[in-house]
Design a protein around this ligand. Structure first.
Ligand code: EUG
Length: 603
């Protein structure tokens, strides 16, 4: 496809999910790169595809339900999903399905999308769903890249796109260092809003900046400033329960003077009684319509990169990081990346580095990786550590001295500052993420294969070289077995590390997808046997992962179901999310995967 025919990406001025004007050129470049790797032109015509009806609903009942929904929120704000499914790309993403479909593109689709504009309308939608027994799937923005995007687990659900019309930054409090947000505020948008407010505050963002701040925190995503624990840094929620009740958590449950919002709603997380906020993360117990977040007072920073020559070096490296992280010498969560990713994040395809290889499976030999890495600024190394130190200049210098001395124990390690590296090197984007400036660069490694799609297997391990080795050995064997290059990123904190095993596959190649699906499944199971469990997973693996958290004869899963059945007796909110189904669905075989699991990825 000729890049000249590509439409321009909407900006934040055009659309809540748009790109900030400061990044328009980057978006153009990223989009052109991705589309240059597409082997098929998408069907964007308005031709009818037919609707995937909600389960156990006839066309007539569905038509009645849609008419009632339109009456409640206005004709214009209900869209029946009967057109072509368009994957688009990260910045122009679908709200009807998972654009990174590891099953068939149409395996998990919405029957319709509804766009509420107020909390009252969300309450109305919940009541409507109970009346018509139609499952609804709320999304903030639906950019959950690698974990299912906007798709519902139950095909035919009605997606509730909260973000399109509920996207206000309700408050930025410079003194309390906090904000209060609606679902449709992206990292890009919040960053701009904080800058515009004039307060000297940082937001925290993940590797990619397009996601919803609220959605990411509710899925317990990770960022890279000292405030990188997104759920840990939230403070206060407003939630619509499955019966339509509106609830405030934390101090928000206590009305302020004259029925105003409580002044400490965004100041103190726990308040009084059971701490229930966690129940609305990675669950289907309610629809969060407002959420508070802490913002970090800006400080000095210095990003850097350290390279390590040998494949085995990660083991000692993890052991050296542990104590430094636990004692807070590291203020954020640093990343360790394999050098393959250093090749990939240039945006150049694998075939550029290895023209004699095939894109249809098989791994790039280590000798080719070495040959190609030698041409990069990092040189022929194996691992790259991306870190950042915070505080005043003297503090940063003292910390860097200690870190350099510590890492020098690994023979051949080399330290780089951003100023040592060329302008187009990845470190300059990493340095932005490390201070909460959201970017787009991370998309570039999707170009590794044609039609690049991505899912991630993300187990939690102890911060220990031995355990990193165990998981690495499993991952290497399984990546090799299923014919993928290993894209492993280690996000190392003091007590635990997130081992992120990225899988990049070709969305137009059924065999590539089948292999990716199998690799994912085996990574989950083999990790779990060692006690490593996913912190978060893709829609299609939620039952499998939930099944690994089985201690005490599955006590946790049964507890979750008890709560689900009490709060949502009709099972209308996101059935199946995180393996929690609700009675109506369990009885019909959905939980076991007998019903509703796409045949391409049957577990
Ligand atoms: C990444 C990190 C994640 C995740 C998925 C991807 C990073 C990619 C720490 O969490 O869940 C470079």
């Amino acid at each position: 496809m000729s890049s000249r025919t590509l439409p321009v990406t909407p900006t934040l001025e055009d659309k809540h999910s748009g790109i900030p004007s400061r990044l328009v050129d980057q978006a153009k470049r990223a989009k052109e790169l991705l589309f240059s790797r597409r082997t098929k032109t998408e069907n964007t015509s308005s031709s009818k595809r037919g609707v995937q009806l909600p389960p156990y609903t006839t066309q007539a009942k569905f038509d009645d339900a849609i008419a009632a929904l339109k009456a409640a929120v206005g004709d214009h704000w209900v869209h029946v999903n009967d057109g072509a499914l368009v994957d688009g790309w990260y910045m122009e993403h679908p709200n009807t399905h998972d654009s990174n479909h590891v099953a068939n593109q149409d395996a998990l689709v919405a029957s319709a999308v509804v766009y509420p504009s107020t909390t009252e309308e969300v309450q109305g939608i919940v009541k409507w769903a109970n009346e018509f027994l139609i499952p609804i799937h709320p999304i903030s923005m639906g950019r959950n890249l690698g974990y299912g995007g906007a798709a519902p687990r139950v095909s035919g659900s009605v997606v509730v796109d909260l973000g399109k019309r509920m996207n206000k930054v309700l408050k930025i409090d410079g003194q309390n260092c906090s904000c209060l947000l609606e679902p449709g505020v992206s990292y890009f948008a919040l960053y701009e809003a904080v800058k515009k407010s004039g307060h000297s505050l940082w937001i925290d963002c993940p590797d990619l900046g397009g996601g919803s701040v609220m959605g990411n925190a509710l899925d317990r995503g990770v960022g890279y400033t000292p405030y990188g624990d997104h759920f840990g840094m939230h403070c206060g929620m407003e939630v619509v329960l499955p019966d339509g009740t509106l609830l405030r958590t934390g101090m928000g449950a206590l009305p302020g003077e004259d029925d105003t919002d409580n002044l400490t709603w965004q100041s103190f997380q726990n308040a009084y009684g059971p701490a229930i906020d966690g129940m609305f993360s990675q669950s289907n117990y309610g629809i969060v319509t407002k959420m508070g977040f802490w913002l970090m007072p800006a400080t000095g920073s210095q990003s850097y990169m350290v390279t390590f020559p040998r494949e085995d070096d990660f083991e000692q490296l993890v052991d050296l990081i542990g104590p430094l992280a636990a004692s807070r010498v590291f203020g954020n969560v640093p990343q360790i990346r394999h050098v393959v990713q250093e090749l990939a994040v240039t945006g150049k395809p694998r075939s550029h580095f290895w023209p004699e290889g095939s894109d249809r499976g098989g791994r790039m030999p280590r000798s080719i990786i070495s040959r190609e890495a030698a041409k990069l600024p990092c040189g022929d190394v194996s691992w790259i550590f991306y870190g950042c130190q915070y505080g005043d200049a003297a503090t940063i210098q003292a910390q860097l001295d200690l870190i350099k001395t510590t890492f020098a124990k690994i023979k051949g390690s080399k330290f780089f500052l951003p100023s040592d590296l060329p302008n187009d090197h990845y470190i300059h984007d990493r340095a932005k993420v490390n201070i909460g400036e959201p970017v787009l660069k991370e998309l570039d490694w999707l170009n590794w294969l044609p039609n690049g799609g991505h899912i991630a297997c993300s187990p939690i391990l102890p911060t220990s070289g031995k355990h990193a080795r165990t998981m690495m050995t499993i991952a290497e064997r399984l990546y090799a077995k299923w014919g993928f290059d290993s894209f492993s990123t280690l996000c190392v904190a003091g007590r635990e590390m997130h081992f992120i095993a990225e899988i990049v596959f070709d969305r137009e190649d059924a065999d590539s997808k089948r292999r990716a699906a199998c690799l994912m499944r085996e990574l989950i199971d083999e990790g779990a046997r060692k006690g490593y469990g996913e912190y978060r997973t893709h829609l299609l693996y939620m039952d499998q992962v939930a099944g690994t958290y089985k201690w005490g004869n599955g006590a946790l899963g049964r507890f979750n179901e008890t709560i689900k059945d009490a709060l949502d007796p009709n099972g209308i909110i996101s059935p199946g999310r995180n393996g929690i189904w609700g009675k109506r669905w369990r009885e019909k075989g959905w939980k076991s995967g007998q019903v509703g699991m796409p045949r391409e990825v049957k577990l």
